[in-house]
Design a binder for this molecule. Structure first.
Ligand SMILES: Nc1ncnc2c1ncn2[C@@H]1O[C@H](COP(=O)(O)OP(=O)(O)OP(=O)(O)O)[C@@H](O)[C@H]1O
Ligand SMILES: [Mg+2]
Length: 263
């Protein structure tokens, strides 16, 4: 099958009709001592419903800051973020964030961690159990439901972290280097799992990573951020057929392009 990779000019954006998320001229300035640090400036992009977009950029370019603004944890200093045409002003159940370090409750079992977000939703015990079983099965952790976080591996903890947000059925998953602390093989397994879940559950995913190979393996589109201030400097659509073989020439070609863009 013929596969292609092409650079999309920034001027050509997806049509507004299918934009789920619109980031419009976002700027973020932090006070630092007696002065100010402009971390993001004129950040502008759209994400379509169901799209898997990766954001790459050097350390400190503002990727986590941008995700926190998308999540509604931080307010932009200028510009706005729209979700379904509505301005994002605070965190909401339509957006869930997954972090690099597992943020599981250490005193709760795997099952209780996954069930946590369903509290206060008025579900019966049976409904909660069925939902938790479904999502534990999706991430391959049914047999470990009674384990405490300290008794499972790093990869398994990230599976719990995924199940815990997926059970809330968010429209958008915001992922901040969620697999960065894992060994290479576990990381690839997690990437494959994420792609399977994405196909089954049709979320929109914005995934931040340092790892170019990870971005090419996962993304429909990669946004490359510049540093100081962070801006979207380039976008690359990844038109490689899935499942993507990391040892193929077209895969490595695209990784090379992204690596050059980051330099
Ligand atoms: N609350 C804050 N107050 C002041 N400066 C901040 C704050 N949060 C982040 N910064 C600064 O903003 C810049 C971008 O930080 P951010 O964490 O968004 O970068 P990043 O691209 O996610 O980096 P990394 O790849 O290392 O995770 C850094 O210089 C950081 O020191
Ligand atoms: Mg970060």
């Amino acid at each position: 099958m013929k596969t292609r990779a092409k650079v999309i000019p920034l001027a050509r954006r997806p049509g507004p009709e299918d934009a789920l998320i619109e980031v419009d001229g976002v700027r973020k300035v932090f006070p630092v001592g007696a002065s100010f640090l402009t971390v993001l400036d004129e950040v502008r992009f759209q994400v379509s419903r169901g799209e898997l977009v990766c954001i790459i950029g050097r350390s400190g370019c503002g990727k986590s800051t941008l995700l926190k603004i998308l999540a509604g944890f931080l307010a932009p200093s200028a510009g706005k973020v729209l979700l379904n045409g509505e301005t994002v002003a605070r965190p909401g159940p339509d957006r869930c964030m997954v972090f690099q370090e597992d943020a599981l409750f250490p005193w709760l079992t795997v099952r209780e961690n996954v069930a946590f977000g369903l509290r206060g939703k008025g579900l019966s015990t049976t409904e909660v159990r069925e939902q938790v079983d479904k999502f534990l099965a999706l991430v391959g952790l049914r047999e470990f439901h009674n384990y405490l976080p300290r008794h499972i591996s790093g990869g398994m903890k990230q599976r719990v972290a995924l199940a815990r947000v997926l059970i809330l059925e968010p429209q958008v998953l915001l992922m901040d280097e969620p697999f960065a602390a894992l060994d290479a093989q576990t990381r690839e397994e997690m990437q494959d799992l994420l792609l399977t879940l994405w196909r089954q559950l049709s979320h929109t995913i914005i995934f931040v990573t340092h790892d170019i190979t990870e971005a090419v393996a996962l993304a429909d589109r990669v946004l490359v951020m510049s540093t100081a201030p962070g801006r979207i400097q380039q976008q690359l659509r990844v038109e490689l057929a899935r499942p993507r073989r990391r040892d193929r020439e077209d895969f490595m070609d695209l990784a090379g392009k992204l690596s050059a863009a980051l330099r």
